[in-house]
Design a protein around this ligand. Structure first.
Ligand code: 4NP
Length: 164
């Protein structure tokens, strides 16, 4: 890979449940693959409603037994993110639609991807909002994210190897 880090931003609505979990899952995968210096991973929310907050306590409680400590502080997506990041991954179609509204150029729109194609689940091609759900909702988020991030990283590594 090149000296430039490949920068990925995960985006959900509040940046307190799905996207900070996605950030932690992807960061650990990158670290496990020995690629820590090749990737920069961050997350943000469409809304700034929870700006400065730690991830939702329930998300942290469910993530911890799987070995993820969620320490990200919520922040809203900013215009500068479209220049800063190479890839912006939306957790659902609504997040993707809001991101497209924020994008200023066709190149910025091309940076936005849905997480769906990286999930091979019989019922979900997005990561559902767990905010008003019970424990199963948070476990489902983590299950979907672990699969999606694995598949995403595999694709990025494959792409890099092809361009070498
Ligand atoms: P997230 O979940 O988008 O996965 O962070 C939500 C968090 C907060 C709210 C909605 C969804 N909220 O309405 O405050």
């Amino acid at each position: 890979m090149s000296n430039e880090k490949f920068k990925i931003l995960f985006v959900c609505l509040g940046n307190i449940c799905r996207s900070p979990a996605a950030q932690a899952v992807m960061q650990r995968l990158v670290d496990e693959h020995g690629l820590t210096d090749q990737f920069a991973i961050d997350s943000a929310g469409i809304s700034g409603y929870h700006c400065g907050d730690l991830p939702d306590r329930r998300m942290r409680v469910h993530a911890r037994p799987r070995g993820y400590e969620l320490t990200h502080r919520s922040r809203p997506v900013e215009r500068a993110d479209f220049e800063e990041f190479d890839l912006i991954i939306a957790m659902d179609a609504s997040n993707a639609s809001d991101l497209r509204e924020l994008a200023a150029t066709p190149d910025e729109v091309l940076k936005i991807e849905l997480i769906g194609p990286y999930i091979h689940h019989p019922h979900y091609d997005y990561v559902p909002d767990p905010y008003y759900e019970g424990s199963e909702g948070f476990e489902l988020v983590l299950d979907l994210l672990e699969e999606a991030c694995n598949n995403l990283l595999d694709k990025l590594i494959e792409k890099t190897n092809k361009t070498k």
